[in-house]
Design a protein around this ligand. Structure first.
Ligand SMILES: Cc1cc2nc3c(=O)[nH]c(=O)nc-3n(C[C@H](O)[C@H](O)[C@H](O)COP(=O)(O)OP(=O)(O)OC[C@H]3O[C@@H](n4cnc5c(N)ncnc54)[C@H](O)[C@@H]3O)c2cc1C
Length: 379
């Protein structure tokens, strides 16, 4: 076993840290407060290669491994989880899904621009009545010969109003149940496609979450991804990798809060000494550090499995389940270490605590991760 990161890994990590501290930190509190999408920052992330990190250079990507992606996600998420969710959706759901399962024409037309961040993508599976139970898709895609007629509503879509390309899952043949589901590439300007209201959220408030409505949208047949009926498999396979990104996001939120707690504990005095000198605070920091390290190991192990073409279904689910729990626990404790100052905006930890919660919900709730893990265990 080798726990050593390579020179390349360290360089990616340092570049992401530098970007997060210089470009994302200024204004992060205001963006959260006003639910402002980090448009300029996302543009720069694209220019620096953070939006198509693992895509083959022949499609304008960075050609990096999943470990590099986890390291970068951690650094960006320490500071701004609203920016890192854009990065996660674009990299692990949209770019990866297209590169793995798209046709050469689809890759040339869409992936080459998604990988540079010239345009960003969205992944549209959830519906008002289909969340964890993703098989009960109500959005329909009727086969009309050379096109599909798309009708329905998607909910909670990240990058909902900022994306140009949407990967949409829909039911073509209800009798075939999940084998009758397809995935489509839908473009922003297609007639009948409407972006609904923006959600007013607890956390990741700078991210852009919308419902989407499709009314008789004509989707050309060449925009279907994979064979007829491949859509559900496409969604599940894509989400299996997506979980590694969200696990890394949770890890970053936890380690960001931890770093702030350590710094504050060395500055704040109570009873004549820095609070870091009180054993109760030291023990909190020790627990936080140990949990974060364990979460980091699970994230890197899942990334290693993906990079070495091993099955990463269970390791990805374990990484997400554990890292998101650690994100919640660590951010709550970081607020506690800050006392009253932790409860106000300028110390950042209250925002990290609010941001942590979503990592237990999207791309499969913690309960769904346990279903994935136990299914593997009991095979
Ligand atoms: C901010 C945000 C961004 C999102 N971004 C996207 C996106 O970009 N694309 C997209 O497609 N979706 C997105 N989602 C949707 C997200 O993936 C779903 O909210 C999530 O999968 C849960 O679905 P649900 O909300 O319908 O909850 P439900 O499925 O209704 O679950 C409710 C509760 O029941 C539990 N539960 C359900 N079934 C079981 C079971 N079998 N066993 C045990 N417990 C169970 C759940 O774990 C949960 O605790 C986003 C959501 C949010 C809030």
């Amino acid at each position: 076993m080798n726990f050593q990161l390579t020179e390349e890994h360290l360089a990616v990590q340092a570049a992401a840290r530098e970007f997060a501290q210089t470009e994302l930190l200024p204004g992060v509190i205001e963006r959260d407060e006003h639910q402002k999408f980090p448009a300029e920052q996302i543009k720069k992330m694209g220019e620096l290669g953070f939006l198509g990190m693992m895509v083959d250079p022949k499609y304008n990507g960075g050609g990096m491994d999943t470990i590099s992606y986890v390291l970068a996600m951690e650094e960006i998420s320490k500071v701004d989880a609203s920016a890192s969710v854009v990065m996660s959706v674009n990299n692990s759901l949209v770019c990866w899904g297209l590169e793995k399962y798209g046709t050469e024409e689809q890759k040339q037309k869409y992936l080459t621009r998604l990988a540079t961040g010239e345009i960003i993508g969205a992944f549209c599976l959830s519906e008002p009545e289909a969340g964890s139970d993703a098989t009960s898709q109500r959005t329909t895609a009727e086969d009309k010969g050379d096109y599909y007629l798309l009708n329905g509503t998607k909910n909670w879509i990240t990058n909902g109003s900022t994306a140009s390309v949407y990967l949409v899952i829909a039911q073509t043949d209800p009798e075939k149940k999940h084998r009758g589901i397809n995935a489509f590439i839908v473009e922003r300007g297609m007639e009948g496609f409407q972006v609904g209201l923006k959600e007013n959220k607890l956390g990741i408030r700078g991210s852009d979450t919308h419902s989407l409505m499709f009314t008789d949208v004509k989707v050309p047949k060449e925009n279907r991804i994979g064979e007829d009926g491949f859509g559900f498999k496409f969604a599940m396979s894509t989400l299996a990798g997506g979980r590694i990104g969200i696990a890394a996001q949770a890890l970053g939120i936890a380690s960001g809060a931890f770093e702030l707690a350590v710094k504050y504990s060395k500055e704040r005095k109570a009873f004549g000494v820095e609070i870091a000198k009180h054993q109760a605070i030291q023990f909190k920091l020790a627990d936080m550090a140990t949990n974060i390290e364990a979460a980091r190991m699970l994230c890197l192990k899942a990334a290693f499995h993906k990079d070495t073409h091993q099955d990463y279904g269970m390791s990805g689910a374990m990484a997400k389940l554990f890292a998101s729990k650690v994100a919640m626990e660590t951010t709550v404790e970081a607020v506690q270490v800050h006392g009253g100052y932790g409860f106000v905006k300028e110390y950042h930890v209250e925002r990290l605590m609010r941001d942590a919660k979503i990592t237990q919900i999207y791309e499969g709730t913690s309960e769904i991760q346990k279903i994935v893990i136990s299914r593997e265990l009991l095979k």
